[in-house]
Design a binder for this molecule. Structure first.
Ligand SMILES: [Zn+2]
Length: 66
């Protein structure tokens, strides 16, 4: 039985999340807020902007749908 590796990567800082994480949607939302905080100043070492999530299947990378 083949279990496909599926990783979601933030293209702003390279942080990766595993798709089998039950809290992945919550983690992705919170991570987006780190890059584009509402009403709060971001840390100076964090790139601000809209996160483009990269979906990594094994050794292939394709752009995630917006
Ligand atoms: Zn990031």
């Amino acid at each position: 039985m083949i279990k496909e590796v599926h990783i979601v990567r933030c293209d702003l800082c390279g942080m990766e999340f595993h798709s089998d994480d039950l809290l992945i949607e919550n983690r992705m939302q919170r991570h987006q807020e780190r890059h584009n905080p509402i009403g709060k100043p971001a840390s100076s070492n964090i790139i601000r902007g809209k996160v483009n999530w990269l979906f990594v299947f094994s050794d292939k990378i394709k752009r995630g749908a917006q």
